[in-house]
Design a binder for this molecule. Structure first.
Ligand code: SAM
Length: 449
């Protein structure tokens, strides 16, 4: 049978395996003089492909076949050969990034409820803030897994406001638990959730409905348990010192006798919870780009580490050990670019575990609420979280956006900023006015179905 005559480009597309074989069975010199199946000199692969990419696939081939099925691997090869250009270092960098992106896409495919058009609205145009109106649980369930790099929020504090009421504390905690479970899925791996909540003074309505049932409700403790139950790791708890209490209501100043004293709300928690999903996928060595790696060790915190076993790697220790790395270290070094440098002032301000921040003054001299919301948090909270936990262009989500403080602040910091708020009727006008007054832009709005 007559063999079809194909250009390299056609061969790459139609028969990636043959093409790959051709690349890996010939050395550079014979490849550059081999003209056999090529009709058109303009598509000669040696003009467009970086030779080191061949080397990566050559060394990694057997390991790649263990990780990906044939179809996925062929597509990946073609994509790499088509798009990766440059000198050796840049080839390695681009290849490693392409590999991480592939692992992410493959992981995301496992979740079948994602809504492609919603994800397109949220993640395209990262320079435009997004306002999603509806129940965050519904939106989260339609979002891609591990698609958001930071979550910052302050939930409704049980029955502290008219706009959010539950019959009992347990109903409230159950609802919050379903939401946090979904947040865990949507949050990217090795990324944090910064969660501001107060230990309010209220009635849990479990048994005693009268004022006798009022007590300090340790929402911070309950939420810590919920977060841990869903796989998050408790990492930090800043105490937000709210300064002088604005009211005497629980102090019973008119009854200065024993047992009349009740708590006041003069502090809140700002928790940092991390997601560390143990990802068993092997990752290529960041130094030579090859997948000839062995799992080294992993701790119980959910981070697996790897050691490069490619003897031709460009970095070996004095004891001839290969480069040791993890997906997490790779993520962290990748963020070390000048545009992500965190200011010293900010770091200094948050160096202590107790942070003094004045509560937001929302009522003006005429008694009007200028933010249109009764419970905004200070912009310093998202300002800190966004700069310390994300890089430029990454995505920040506030599932309980309220007056969109997080969304406005992360937009200011050039992040893809997304807020979800249930009470559209109550807050939309004020939110749009706040966007135009502070950052001069209208958010892209998405309504729940
Ligand atoms: C404490 S406020 C957030 C305030 C916000 N940090 C700010 O600076 O304006 C909580 C918000 O969550 C909203 N909310 C309550 N349940 C919700 C849900 N299931 N989905 C989305 N938003 C919800 C409430 O309407 C309220 O605006």
């Amino acid at each position: 049978m007559k063999q079809e005559q194909l250009t390299r480009e056609e061969m790459m597309l139609k028969h990636p395996e043959q093409y790959y074989l051709w690349l890996t069975t010939k050395d550079d010199e014979s490849r550059s003089t081999d003209t056999s199946p090529v009709k058109d000199n303009k598509s000669r692969t040696t003009d467009v492909l970086d030779p080191y990419l061949h080397k990566i696939f050559e060394v990694s081939d057997k390991y790649l076949k263990r990780v990906f099925n044939e179809e996925v691997l062929n597509e990946f090869r073609i994509d790499c050969f088509r798009h990766i250009r440059g000198d050796r270092n840049s080839t390695i960098e681009q290849y490693v990034k392409a590999y991480y992106d592939l692992i992410k896409r493959e992981y995301q495919k496992q979740y079948t409820n994602a809504d492609a058009s919603l994800n397109q609205s949220i993640f395209s145009q990262p320079h435009i803030p997004k306002a999603l109106w509806g129940n965050c649980l519904d939106f989260l369930r339609r979002m891609d897994s591990e698609s958001v790099q930071l979550m910052v929020t302050s939930p409704p504090y049980y029955n502290a406001r008219d706009y959010s009421q539950w019959a009992t504390l347990d109903d409230y905690l159950d609802e919050m638990s379903s939401i946090i479970k979904e947040c865990y899925r949507v949050l990217d791996n090795h990324r944090p959730f910064v969660f501001n909540v107060g230990d309010i003074f209220d009635n849990d309505n479990r048994e005693t409905k009268s004022s006798w049932g009022k007590r300090r409700i340790p929402l911070g403790a309950y939420f810590t348990q919920i977060f841990e139950d869903h796989g998050f790791q408790f990492v930090d708890d800043f105490i937000w010192d709210k300064g002088e209490v604005q009211t005497q209501r629980h102090k019973n100043g008119n009854r200065p006798y024993p047992l009349y004293q009740y708590p006041v709300n003069c502090y809140e928690h700002i928790f940092v919870f991390y997601k560390h999903r143990l990802d068993e996928m092997p990752y290529p060595c960041p130094i030579c780009g090859c997948l000839k790696v062995n799992g080294n060790a992993y701790s119980r915190v959910g981070v697996k580490s790897w050691e490069c076993k490619n003897l031709e790697c460009f970095e070996r220790s004095a004891g001839n050990r290969g480069k040791r790395f993890s997906a997490r270290t790779q993520l962290m070094t990748g963020l070390q670019r000048s545009e992500n440098l965190v200011g010293e002032d900010l770091l200094h301000r948050w160096r202590r575990d107790v942070v003094k921040l004045a509560p937001v003054i929302k009522i003006n001299s005429k008694g009007q609420n200028t933010l249109g919301h009764t419970a905004p948090f200070p912009k310093e909270i998202p300002e800190y979280a966004v700069q310390v936990f994300t890089g430029i262009n990454e995505s920040v989500l506030d599932p309980f956006a309220g007056s969109f403080t997080t969304t406005i602040e992360s937009f200011r910091q050039k992040r893809n900023s997304i807020g979800i708020e249930l009470n559209r009727t109550m807050f939309r006008d004020a939110v749009l006015t706040r966007f135009s007054n502070t950052v001069g832009i209208r958010p892209k709005e998405v309504d729940s179905e």
